[in-house]
Design a binder for this molecule. Structure first.
Ligand SMILES: Cc1ncc(COP(=O)(O)O)c(C=O)c1O
Length: 418
């Protein structure tokens, strides 16, 4: 076999958003845009169904100099001003809790680059990674292409976060394998839109401390949707406090991305923010992340990093950014309200939702396939995931959401009764 043994059975995602979108474009050409409901893309579309980037982001980027746009970044790990600015932004008003912690920040190619670096840098083939059972499916690709086994924690027990399932698995894996690698996508989890409460986070972190008595612990919190938490800036970040002063054999890494935060998905800029009580752990983190960046993508696009710094260090630009993002959050809230109200009225069950771009209508795999096909016949496009349908509140406009809920409920009833 020519390809690597490691990749011969590598997983392909359940729903292929790209092929669904190409079917959708054909349908749109035939029937017109108004006759089609699109709830597939993980990008924000405005109420006219146009993919937008925020004006202040657009203008600031276009005003960067040619050198900023086209030359290499100064270092593999990213310039100091970018790393400082990311640290301040991500930790927000909780930064004071980290006065005695060691923190490493490394620029990456999007949030994906951060996730990839952590998996490559902190796992070995044959080890087990703990993932949520409703999951952003690329995590499985990251895991499998690096030879990891996936174990899934059950996110919900009825309408509650199933904290006991997660805690139990953390401790069992620590006892059996002496190493825990835990992936959490919080706040605004993709695909459910769930955000753990501070108290739920306390229980998770307490379990990690117990696990650390049996072996090393890597916590990876993917915060791709951090800036769209309906609870607001400070509350979205409050759980980070719990990551200060943990035992030295626990490394916490926050995977940050500007893709959603600044609506610039294709710019490919993100960062890993590593937190530890040990200087040596962070020195190792900086070295390993630098080597991984060098051996994968070299430097991160300089223009995107400069853009981030300008928007966060200039008060006027920052105020504009906040206003524009708040407008997007208000639209997401309104879309969520409409869909959830309609779902309640017509008896369409969905998983617990707290905020962000997506929510999930759970169903078993055979039904999911049939429902997606039936929806397509009605010119409705929704992404199938393992365990249900992912509703993209970010892409479907307010005026189509009641109908979307009704179509889904009708298709479920029709396919169930076959
Ligand atoms: C949960 C989650 N994590 C990470 C990413 C990766 O984002 P990026 O474009 O920054 O690589 C995405 C993008 O859709 C996502 O949904």
């Amino acid at each position: 076999m020519l390809i690597s043994q490691r990749l011969k059975d590598v997983y392909m995602p359940t729903g292929d958003a790209f092929s669904l979108m190409s079917d959708l474009r054909i349908t749109e050409k035939t029937y017109g845009r108004d006759a089609v409901i699109e709830s597939v893309l993980g990008c924000f579309l405005d109420e006219d169904e146009n993919l937008i980037s925020m004006d202040v982001v657009n203008e600031t980027y276009k005003n960067l100099s040619s050198v900023d746009l086209f030359s290499y970044a100064a270092s593999i790990t990213g310039p100091n001003d970018y790393r400082e600015s990311v640290k301040k932004h991500v930790l927000g008003d909780h930064i004071e809790y980290f006065a005695n912690s060691h923190i490493g920040v490394v620029a990456t190619v999007g949030g994906s680059g951060a996730i990839s670096n952590v998996i490559k840098g902190y796992t070995d083939p044959g080890q087990t990674i703990l993932l949520p059972n409703y999951v952003w499916e690329p995590y499985k690709i990251f895991a499998q292409s690096n030879g990891l086994n996936c174990e899934f924690y059950t996110l919900f027990d009825g309408d509650q976060f199933f904290v006991n399932d997660l805690v139990g698995r953390i401790i069992k894996i620590a006892q059996q394998h002496h190493k825990v690698i835990l992936m959490i996508n919080d706040p605004c989890q993709n695909p459910t839109g769930y955000s753990l409460s501070f108290e739920e986070w306390e229980q998770v972190v307490q379990a990690l401390k117990v696990a650390a008595q049996y072996g090393d612990v890597i916590l990876l919190d993917d915060v791709a949707y951090l800036d769209y938490d309906f609870r607001g800036h400070s509350e979205a970040r409050r759980h980070f406090r719990l990551l200060a002063h943990l035992p030295e054999n626990i490394l916490s890494v926050i995977a940050f991305s500007i893709s959603k935060s600044l609506t610039c998905y294709g710019l490919r800029v993100g960062a890993e923010i590593a937190i530890s009580s040990s200087k040596k752990v962070i020195d190792d983190f900086n070295r390993v992340s630098s080597v991984l960046g060098r051996s994968t993508w070299s430097t991160v696009p300089r223009g995107g990093m400069d853009l981030f710094v300008k928007l966060h260090e200039d008060e006027n630009l920052f105020a504009k950014l906040k206003t524009e993002r708040d407008r997007i959050i208000a639209i997401l809230k309104e879309r969520a309200k409409i869909f959830l109200e309609e779902a309640k009225n017509i008896g369409l069950y969905h998983l617990p939702f707290r905020g962000g771009f997506f929510l999930t209508v759970p169903m078993w795999p055979e039904l999911t396939k049939a429902v997606v096909q039936d929806l397509k016949r009605k010119n409705v496009f929704v992404l199938p995931i393992e365990g249900g349908l992912r509703i993209a509140l970010c892409s479907a406009p307010t005026r189509k959401l009641r109908l979307l809920a009704q179509h889904i409920r009708d298709s479920i009833e029709k396919c169930q009764s076959r």
